[in-house]
Design a binder for this molecule. Structure first.
Ligand code: B12
Ligand code: SF4
Length: 511
C-alpha cells in the first residue's frame, strides 16, 4: 500500500477551441451566453467527473481527488488551464474528459503535462474516447489508458491496480496497451451502488454565478440505438456495459430538493440521454419523480431531453404539473429515408401528432433535426423544411444542421465503408452525393449565422416577424433553386439578395 495518498486530478478542458475567431479572448461559457438562444436552461456542471470524484471519496481513503472544470473557471486559454494544473503540485494520475470537438485541447494539455512529469498516468474518458479507445491508444502514445463508458467503478478499480491490489486485466472497462496490442477488459459489473450515489457539488455556486444552471442525472445510458448517436453506438458496441440504468425516483427528488434548498435554484436540467423513455420502468420512474416533486411543492422550471415516441399525453400532463417546461426533442428527420438512416424506430406520420401534445401542454420544444446527410435529396430537404417552419418559424435555425461524422458511431462506420465519410481518424469529413445539396447546406448555415445574430439584437415584434418571413421564403426558395440546372450562380445571387434585404431590415430597425 502507498504511504502518501494517490493524487488524482480530473479535468474538463476550457473548450476555447469551439469559439469562433471573432470572439477570441472570451471564455466558452461567455461565448455560449452571446451565441445560444436557449442558453437560459443551459447546464454548466460536468456531472461525469463530479460523480467519479464522489465515488472515490466514498471508497478510497488513500486517494485525493481534485477537479478542474476550466469552463466553469472561465478560462480563456489553454495556457491558463495548464498553469492551473501545475498549481495542484505533483500528481499521480490525470483524467481527461471531453468530446471529439475539444480533442485538440486534451491532446495539447496531455503533451505539456507529460513534458513536465513523464511518469504521470493519463486516462481519457467519455464518449469519444470510449468509442475509439483502440485508435486513440494506437495513434496517441501520450495516453496510457482509456475508460470505456461510465467511470466510477472502473476508476476505483484502477486505483486498486496502481496500489498493486489487482492486475490491470481486472480493471473493468479499461483499455490499455500490452505487447503492442490494445486490450479492453470487457468485465460486466453491478450498478446498484451507483443508483444511490450523488455527484460532488463543489462547482455548483460558481456555475450559478456564471449564469448557467445546475443539472441532475436520473439515469445512465439509453434504451434506443440511433445510428448517429454516441450513446446509442456505445451501448450497441459494448453489451458488457449496463444499458439503461434508472435511479430510484425518491432519491432523485431528494437530490433535487437539496439543490433547491441549498442554492435556491429556480431552474434545473435533467441531463439524461432520454428522460421518460418509452419503457415500463422508465415511465414509472418519470411518473414517480413528477409525483414526488408535486408532493414536496418544489417550484422549479425543468428542462429534459426526450424523443418523439416517448411523448404520452397522460404522463406529460403530470410532468408539466411538476415543472417540466422545456424539452429537447430528438426528431432528427421528417422523412422516412432519414428516420431509417438514423435508426430512429418511429414513423414520420406520428411526429406532428406527438409534438402537438407538447404544444397543448405549453411545454416549449427545442427540436433536434439532422437536416442534411450525405445522401439527402431535394424532396427530403423540402419535406423537413416545410415541416419545421410549419411548427414554428423560429425553429428555422435548426435547418442548417447536418450529420456530424463523430468517430466510432454506427453511422460513421457505415458511411466510411460506403465512401461518404472520408479522411483520417479523428478528422473525418463528409462527401455529399449531390453537389447542390452540399452548397445548399453551406448557404443555409451562413444565412442562419446572420439570422441568429440579428434576431438576438432585436426585441421589436414587427422586426422579428419580418426576419422570420424572410427566413421562411429564403429556405424554401433556395431549395427550389438548387433543383435547377444552373443552380450554382442562381443560389449565389439569391443568397446575396436576401442578405442585403435582411441587413436593410436591421438598419431600419436601428433607426
Ligand atoms: C451537460 C452537457 C453539456 C454541458 C456541460 C458539458 C461540460 N463538459 O462542461 C454544456 C452545455 C456546456 C455542453 C457543451 C458541449 N457539449 Co455537451 N453534453 C452535455 C450532456 C447533455 C450531459 C452530460 C452529462 O452530464 N452526463 C451525465 C454524466 C454522469 O455522464 P458523462 O458526462 O458521460 O460521464 C460519465 C462517463 O462518460 C465517464 N467519463 C466522463 N469523463 C470521464 C473522464 C475520465 C478520466 C473517466 C475515467 C471517465 C469519464 O464517467 C462518467 C461517470 O460515469 C451530454 C449528453 C448526455 N446525456 O450525456 C452532452 C454531450 C456530452 N455534449 C456533446 C457536445 C457535442 C458538446 C459540445 C461540443 C457542444 C458545442 N458544439 O458547443 C460542447 C463541448 C463542451 C465540453 N467541454 O464538453 C455531445 C458529445 C458528442 C461526442 N462526440 O462525444 C453529447 C454526448 C451530446 C450529444 N449526444 O451529442 N455539454
Ligand atoms: S434516443 Fe437519443 S440518446 Fe438515445 S440513442 Fe437515440 S439519439 Fe442517442
Amino acid at each position: 500500500m502507498k504511504c502518501d495518498k494517490f493524487k488524482v486530478l480530473l479535468i474538463n478542458p476550457p473548450s476555447v477551441c469551439l469559439i469562433p475567431k471573432k470572439y477570441t479572448g472570451i471564455s466558452f461559457y461567455d461565448y455560449i451566453k452571446i451565441s445560444e438562444p436557449d442558453y437560459e436552461h443551459m447546464p454548466g456542471e460536468h456531472l461525469g467527473i463530479q460523480y467519479i470524484a464522489a465515488y472515490l471519496d466514498k471508497k478510497r481513503e488513500d486517494t485525493d481527488v481534485s477537479l478542474l472544470n476550466a469552463c466553469v473557471e472561465n478560462h480563456t486559454s489553454l495556457q491558463q488551464t495548464l498553469e492551473a494544473i501545475k498549481s495542484f503540485g505533483k500528481l499521480d494520475v490525470i483524467g481527461f474528459s471531453g468530446p471529439i470537438n475539444i480533442f485538440e485541447e486534451v491532446l495539447w494539455l496531455a503533451t505539456e503535462i507529460k513534458k513536465i512529469n513523464p511518469n504521470i498516468k493519463l486516462v481519457y474518458g467519455q464518449y469519444f474516447a470510449s468509442l475509439n479507445y483502440d485508435k486513440i491508444l494506437n495513434k496517441y502514445p501520450i495516453f496510457d489508458y482509456v475508460c470505456v463508458g461510465d467511470g466510477e467503478i472502473p476508476f476505483e478499480r484502477f486505483i486498486s491496480y496502481l496500489n498493486k491490489e489487482i492486475p490491470i486485466t481486472e480493471v473493468p472497462s479499461f483499455a490499455y496497451r500490452q505487447k503492442n496490442t490494445v486490450c479492453l477488459n470487457k468485465i460486466p459489473y453491478s450498478y446498484e451502488e451507483l443508483k444511490k450515489l450523488t455527484p460532488r457539488r463543489e462547482y455548483s455556486k460558481k456555475v450559478l454565478d456564471s449564469g448557467m444552471n445546475l443539472s441532475i442525472s436520473t439515469s445512465r445510458g439509453c434504451p434506443y440505438r440511433c445510428s448517429f448517436c454516441v450513446s446509442g453506438s456505445l451501448m450497441s458496441k459494448n453489451p458488457h456495459i449496463n444499458q439503461h440504468i434508472l435511479r430510484d425516483s425518491i432519491s432523485v427528488v431528494d437530490e433535487l430538493e437539496e439543490l433547491y434548498q441549498t442554492y435556491k435554484i429556480k431552474k434545473v436540467v435533467f441531463v439524461d440521454d432520454t428522460f421518460a423513455a418509452n419503457t415500463k420502468k422508465a415511465r414509472q420512474q418519470a411518473r414517480g419523480i413528477a409525483q414526488e416533486i408535486i408532493k414536496r411543492n418544489l417550484n422549479l422550471s425543468i428542462m429534459i431531453d426526450t424523443r418523439v415516441d416517448c411523448i404520452d399525453e397522460e404522463l406529460f400532463t403530470l410532468l408539466r404539473r411538476a415543472g417540466i417546461e422545456k424539452a429537447f426533442v430528438g426528431i432528427e428527420s421528417n422523412t422516412s429515408s432519414g428516420l431509417t438512416m438514423y435508426n430512429k424506430g418511429y414513423k414520420q406520420e406520428n411526429i406532428q401528432k406527438q409534438l402537438n401534445i407538447l404544444k397543448k401542454l405549453q411545454i416549449k420544444v427545442i427540436p433536434g433535426l439532422i437536416n442534411f446527410n450525405p445522401t439527402s435529396t431535394i424532396p427530403d430537404l423540402l419535406q423537413n423544411t416545410k415541416f419545421i417552419l410549419g411548427l414554428d418559424k423560429d425553429y428555422c435555425i435548426t435547418l442548417g444542421n447536418s450529420f456530424l461524422p463523430y468517430p466510432g458511431t454506427i453511422l460513421t462506420d457505415k458511411l466510411i465503408k460506403s465512401g461518404y465519410v472520408v479522411g483520417e481518424f479523428p478528422n473525418y469529413q463528409i462527401k455529399y452525393a449531390q453537389q447542390n445539396i452540399e452548397l445548399l447546406k453551406d448557404y443555409f448555415q451562413q444565412f442562419i449565422s446572420i439570422y441568429v445574430d440579428l434576431r438576438s439584437k432585436t426585441t421589436s415584434p414587427i422586426t422579428i416577424s419580418k426576419l422570420e418571413d424572410i427566413a421562411q421564403s429564403f429556405f424554401i426558395n433556395m431549395i427550389h433553386i438548387a433543383n435547377q440546372v444552373s443552380f450554382n450562380n442562381l443560389l449565389k445571387q439569391y443568397f446575396n439578395k436576401t442578405k442585403q434585404h435582411i441587413y436593410m431590415i436591421d438598419k431600419n430597425n436601428q433607426k
